[in-house]
Design a protein around this ligand. Sequence first.
Ligand SMILES: Nc1ncnc2c1ncn2[C@@H]1O[C@H](COP(=O)(O)OP(=O)(O)OP(=O)(O)O)[C@@H](O)[C@H]1O
Length: 309
Amino acid sequence: MARDDAAGAGAGKGSLSLVVDGAGLSKGARDALEAELREGLQDLLAGRTLAVAFMGEKVQRRIIAIGSGKGGVGKSTVTANLAVALRRVGVKVGVIDADIYGPSQPILLKSEDRKPEAEGETLQPVIGVADIPMLSMGHLVAKGRALAWRGPMAGRALAQLFEANWGDAELLLVDLPPGTGDVQITMLQKFKPDGAVIVSTPQDLALADAARAGSLFDQAEVPILGLVENMAGYVCPHCGEASDPFGSGGVERAAGRLDLPFLGRIPLSHAVRESSDDGAPVAMGDSPEGSAFRAIAAEIAESLGIGAA
Ligand SMILES: Nc1ncnc2c1ncn2[C@@H]1O[C@H](COP(=O)(O)OP(=O)(O)OP(=O)(O)O)[C@@H](O)[C@H]1O
């Protein structure tokens, strides 16, 4: 225990700092122990303040799943850009690419040529663009091999990704495969997310699927942080004419109907696709598309109470 009477000149002032070995204790157990210590030390404190610090404190890490009902709506693109945007506001974020049927994060976050090392059974995430630690099914299997994995095999591979050494990452974004299959079920059973973000295009069909993906999280009592509308509105780079190939405003209306937050809209744009293919997500820059992702990331950071947003 350290004592700093000089900090407060008057009688009964000053401060005491107590460093406690809290390794292995849950947050609840630490809170209870701290309350007990404060109570027990009241006489000794005699009006001084007490600062309690726990050593070996586990990082409070939260898992946010990014899902969609339908394939190809931009879930992986949104995941990569949100990771970059969250990183820009100081969130220690990691990415798990759980899309075993079409892992694309190694391209999106430029880590295709890296292989995760293992310490014993534990994988070490590779570092992608913008210093984002990440692991993908794509890092574990040979490129181009179709991953027709089912049940236990998919579950084991998924566990390896979740149980990796995520260091000080406080938030893991999980890029899920589309739909409501084995990976989703395993994740909900073993690595239940703290929240989910649903991506959809404004199209009716995609929206119906998005609602189904949402109800899977609902049933598992995973809070849905909100809906993102992707591929909304297209401005022709040649003539400047605006059009809505997938309809307009559908996701926001659906969010209203489902009583869920609408997190924002990402335009259909060449810049988004090209930057994705180049492994330099558009959220790294300050273009209108990048800003759209950053606004959504700020909403998420705010609702989780993290980052400097
Ligand atoms: N806003 C956008 N503007 C232009 N192209 C986009 C946009 N969002 C995604 N794309 C492109 O659409 C394609 C599908 O995107 P992405 O792979 O992110 O979708 P997905 O939902 O993760 O697909 P999958 O079902 O294969 O996992 C990619 O080529 C991507 O670059």
